[in-house]
Design a protein around this ligand. Structure first.
Ligand code: AFP
Length: 340
């Protein structure tokens, strides 16, 4: 991208304009999706502002603490969840919501109901808040199955049925990455305009990467294929250079880097957590959707991640996602183990 030319750009592709352009390719569309997305974007702008001033505003802290007015302070993830739930319900376009913060799915009251189901983690990586590390919101959108009553089955669909997925990363800049099923596009918040501007059009992940990303502290509990893959990353036997290790411990930040620079992000199963740690609906599926749309792959150790059919809303799954060739290597290691 030509940054010098960018500085003088006058024809700004805002996310609203981008989504309306996409909408115009579907003459039957009534704009419901665009409205839903604008409510998600609003939630992200709110969370971005709250994250930026968290230290100053003393928003960080334990839920249950009181501020000087004697009001109960809300933890940032609790606050973010409230903002997203309210924004999504008030859009009038949703019927069922699943949030990482809520034990049960939220069934939207009939008078405010629309046809979309939204699964989301309002503030992923929240253990990183207090030290200023990048964190983010992750979301996926499904269409209600038969257009009738909202039921739990509507959000227990395989990831490949998602209509759209994305994340917003609250980092050195605020970046919104979106796929509506035809490629991946990245938008950066211009704080002076309060608008997300298209800065990363048609993101494609490099076919092979030079980075692997995993919590190596869990290595003693890994299964054979994971251990072999990481060993290959560090001590390649084919003469290729060793890969670099980068691990932030905040999925949005680790996946964002993987998407832009290539490589592989893994949160495998281990002896202590046979299903891994990450949640299928609002971590594994949206990130897998984006990876595939960017030309990469995503694998659970058994199958294509987007083929998985969740049985519970907060189900977990192991995940290996990133550059096509790197994930292909992992798949080969699992296939070899199964054969043996
Ligand atoms: P927190 O929300 O508790 O910080 O967890 C973050 C997360 O769900 C995901 O964003 C990271 O990729 C992953 O957990 C990190 O897990 P480890 O700390 O076990 O490496």
């Amino acid at each position: 991208m030509d940054h010098a030319a960018d500085a003088f750009r006058t024809d700004l592709m805002t996310i609203t304009r981008f989504v309306l352009n996409e909408q115009s390719k579907h003459p039957e569309s009534r704009g419901d999706f665009s409205i839903l997305l604008s409510h998600i974007v609003l939630g992200c702008k709110f969370v971005c502002a709250a994250v930026n001033k968290a230290g100053l505003a003393k928003l960080i802290g334990l839920a249950g603490e009181t501020n000087v007015q004697g009001e109960e302070q809300k933890k940032l993830d609790v606050l973010s969840n409230e903002v997203f739930v309210k924004a999504l319900v008030s859009s009038g376009r949703t019927c069922i919501l699943v949030s990482e913060e809520d034990e049960e799915a939220i069934i939207v009251e009939p008078s405010k109901r629309g046809k979309y189901c939204v699964v989301f983690d309002p503030l992923d990586g929240s253990s990183n808040i207090d030290c200023g590390v990048s964190i983010g919101t992750i979301f996926g959108i499904y269409m209600i199955k038969d257009g009738g009553e909202a039921r739990l089955e509507d959000v227990l669909q395989p990831g490949k049925n998602m209509l759209a997925a994305g994340y917003c990363m609250y980092g050195s800049s605020c970046t919104f990455v979106l796929s509506t099923g035809s490629g991946v596009n990245g938008f950066t918040l211009d704080p002076s305009l309060g608008e997300f501007i298209l800065t990363h059009p048609d993101i494609k992940i490099p076919k092979k990467g030079k980075i692997y990303s995993v919590n190596e502290g869990n290595a003693k509990n890994w299964d054979g294929p994971t251990a072999k893959f990481v060993e290959k990353c560090k001590f390649p036997k084919d003469g290729s250079p060793a890969k670099s290790l980068r691990y932030i411990g905040s999925m949005v930040a680790d996946v964002h880097r993987t998407l832009l620079y290539g490589g592989v992000f893994l949160y495998p199963a281990d002896k202590k957590s046979p299903n891994g740690k990450l949640r299928v609906l609002y971590e594994v599926f949206p990130m897998s959707f984006l990876m595939e749309q960017a030309g990469g792959q995503s694998f659970t150790g058994k199958e294509r991640a987007l083929d998985l059919v969740p049985k519970k809303i907060h189900e977990r799954s192991p995940i290996f996602l990133g550059s096509y060739d790197d994930v292909e290597e992992i798949k080969a290691l699992y296939a070899a183990e199964e054969k043996a």
